[in-house]
Design a protein around this ligand. Structure first.
Ligand SMILES: NC(=O)c1ccc[n+]([C@@H]2O[C@H](COP(=O)([O-])OP(=O)(O)OC[C@H]3O[C@@H](n4cnc5c(N)ncnc54)[C@H](OP(=O)(O)O)[C@@H]3O)[C@@H](O)[C@H]2O)c1
Length: 340
């Protein structure tokens, strides 16, 4: 592992929902930044990003723009990552990519440090490291100890995903539509297929021929890749809900064997980054409004199906912008550069 005192970093998409969380999280974790190069679209030229007491002007991407950088975080969408992440690596920088562009590429590591961070120690030369989909990250953090301790036969998951997952414009749309509905005005939808205010939309992304959305396919494929469990059956149904931030998931897990509730809870509690919050019959369980802005993945409402003793149900909640995006990317960088 290499040791660097302070890093020269780039953030592509620095003004976006994930980009802003990068700045906040870099600041909070006292990430050793020597220099920041923030990139965004032409519309952001003239704006300034402040990090660790220094101001940095927004730049646009251009050939050679990554020269001299150690590390570049990408959060501007698939097309920009496809074009520019290889250029960052060619310039000698590590590229940590939040988009879906390289996640299923067999040559690219798809990493959640608590789950498969060991991959980062095997090949210490600058390369692209893919950050998984936000719904996948919280799911695999919760599944990892159960897979390790008991084996898993099947996972079914249904999600309740916040509008922040669709970016800043979608976040603003929920707030705006809520005011439109209250004022009795006609609602216009730009970022979603239907009105999101006071409504749930069972579509995130586009549909394939089998009726699954692209978000559901991401959860299914990425989960198997990260857990290194190609034969695990994962079925996902994803839903956008009128929540500002943090995703929730109901998860049905069929274990390979019968275990006691104590064994099940103790497995989950052993996992770094996972918080078990529950009271079997009371109303103490994690909520989206409570976990927003926090680092861990939270699990609650843990119970067994009385008709199938190997089948367990639980509720998994996490901040999709933080652990689901920026924090996970920064934890990847911390592992690469042996920080903390
Ligand atoms: N939101 C989530 O929960 C989440 C989670 C995991 C992964 N991701 C992924 O992270 C990426 C960004 O998501 P987001 O939610 O942050 O989106 P967002 O709020 O819409 O932000 C998009 C960012 O990309 C920048 N951008 C647009 N065109 C650009 C260009 N030509 N060159 C450079 N930068 C450009 C924007 O800059 P301007 O401000 O100048 O337009 C903005 O900073 C996406 O790939 C998304 O799938 C998001």
């Amino acid at each position: 592992m290499m040791r660097l005192r302070k890093l020269k970093i780039g953030v592509v998409g620095a003004t976006g929902m994930v980009g802003k969380s990068f700045m906040e999280t870099l600041e909070q974790r006292k990430f050793p930044v020597d220099l920041l190069r923030p990139f965004a679209s032409e519309a952001s030229l003239g704006k300034v990003i402040t990090l660790q007491g220094k101001n940095y002007p927004l730049e646009v991407l251009k050939p050679g723009c990554f020269e001299g950088l150690d590390l570049v975080f990408f959060s501007s969408g698939d097309d920009i990552s496809k074009e520019w992440a290889p250029q960052a690596v060619a310039s000698g920088a590590w590229a940590v990519d939040n988009s879906a562009a390289f996640r299923m590429d067999p040559q690219t590591h798809l990493v959640v440090p608590e789950v498969n961070g060991d991959l980062l120690t095997t090949n210490p030369r600058p390369q692209i490291i893919a950050n998984p989909n936000c719904s996948t990250i919280q799911l695999v953090v919760a599944l990892k100890p159960l897979l390790r301790d008991f084996g898993i036969k099947e996972v079914k998951v249904s999600s309740y995903q916040a509008v922040s997952g669709a970016g800043q414009a979608a976040f603003d749309e929920l707030l705006f539509q809520t005011k439109q509905v209250q004022a009795g005005e006609k609602v216009q939808s730009q970022n979603f297929a239907h009105q999101i205010a006071f409504n749930c939309i069972p579509q995130i992304g586009s549909f394939n021929e089998e009726g699954f959305t692209s978000e559901e396919v991401k959860v299914q494929k990425e989960t198997k890749k990260i857990l290194r469990a190609p034969h695990l059956h994962v079925s996902a149904f994803t839903v956008r809900v009128p929540v500002l931030n943090a995703h929730a998931e109901t998860v049905w897990i069929t274990l390979d064997k019968e275990v006691s509730r104590e064994q099940f809870l103790s497995s989950l509690k052993s996992e770094r980054g996972l918080v078990v919050q529950e009271n079997a019959k009371g109303s103490d369980y994690p909520l989206q409004i409570q976990v927003s802005g926090k680092d861990p993945v939270y699990v609650g409402r843990i119970h067994r199906d009385p008709e199938n003793p190997k089948l367990w149900l639980m509720w998994v909640v996490s901040d999709n912008i933080r652990k689901g995006a920026a924090l996970n990317g920064i934890q990847i960088a911390e592992r690469i550069f042996d920080i903390h």
